[in-house]
Write a protein that binds this ligand. Sequence first.
Ligand code: LLP
Length: 410
Amino acid sequence: MQLSGQQYQIQGLNVLDICQQFGTPLYVYDADVIIRQINNLKSAFNTVPLRIKFACKALTNISVLKLMQTQGIGIDAVSVAEARQALLAGFKPKDITFTSNGVDFSEIQEAVELGVAINVDNLPTLELFGKTFGNTVPCCIRLKPNIRAGGNAKIQVGHEHSKFGIPLAQLPDVHTLVKKYNIVINGLHIHTGSDILDPEAFIQGANVLFTVAKEFPDLAFIDFGGGFKVGYKKGDKTTNMPDLGEKLSAAFKDFCKDYGRELEMWFEPGKYLVSECGVLFVKANQVKQTPAITFVQVNSGLNHLIRPMMYDAYHEIVNVSNPEGELKTYDVVGYICETDTLGSDRQLNEVRADDVLALLNAGAYGFTMSSQYNARFRPAEVLVYKGEARLIRERETMEDILRNQILLDF
Ligand code: LLP
């Protein structure tokens, strides 16, 4: 979203016109930003055989997935339903990886039936996988690299006490199962966390992967996970992509020489590809002055964007209706019957009732983590593609609240 004269625009469209047409609260995604981010990643790693798998938990709308598909990338799915959405959007099964954790084995069987690639994150599942498929279906294994990295304790997942991945100390058990059932391990995977700024965390992860990889002769790829840091606040540092690309590619090429053949380098970013493309537009229901604080109460809340309350995440807020207004200090809060602060102590151009506010960088883990809490409808979603704003999900209605409920006949 850019300010052009006195108008905030997305691909040249006045965002107030978009909100007028589709109503608020509204998630709007800019396809150009998604394409730009994909290209940035591709060019940072253009000296190695790179495969990008979009971690679609960040944003699963099937039109967005279709856009990803046209850009030649794959999908990382964490449930069979996510994989099925990717198939619907046009992905081939071989371009989808099912990175499960803690699922019932039947879900993995279902994914294998769909032809989706499998990533296994625990020994009991590996054993069942071997028993069921022997050497007929290859799988990747997710390792726990023992690295603490990521923006917030809740999104650090590579450390010793994390539930994810097979601990390095259990590698001997992996080998026992591989031998016993003739399992073909075609990839190694780690995902250390989200919001990782320091390239060193990826280099450390790579060192773990390269050491372990020498024990597996049938590898086709190494998957370094996702977790690149994007900027949420003005002045935030972000993962230095060219720098990371150079360092990691060089280390990878050295490793492949050692390994004796070229492997593919995989990443599965979520935020990096879709955080910045998305804006959540909300309307100020009223401005409530109290002696201590001036609140802007908007027609949204933690039901639509849970990140501020769940991770203390910061989302920039802009009053798009009054770009020239005097700067004043506000707490922007939702209409949910809980404390649902979207931003506190924010300097905004003067807010009046009915003004439209934009919560920026809301493309990742925004809509996908939304709920119907307080019996509120989930917002509509719009994709701006080639200069045109297209509805890609209808706003929910009372029917959606009642769907699947059963009124008993007492
Ligand atoms: N791969 C795996 C196995 C993951 O678990 C995740 C995210 C990703 C890739 C993508 O990570 P990203 O590039 O988006 O950082 N809801 C939280 C983030 C949780 C991430 C969960 N796993 C948030 O809104 O900050």
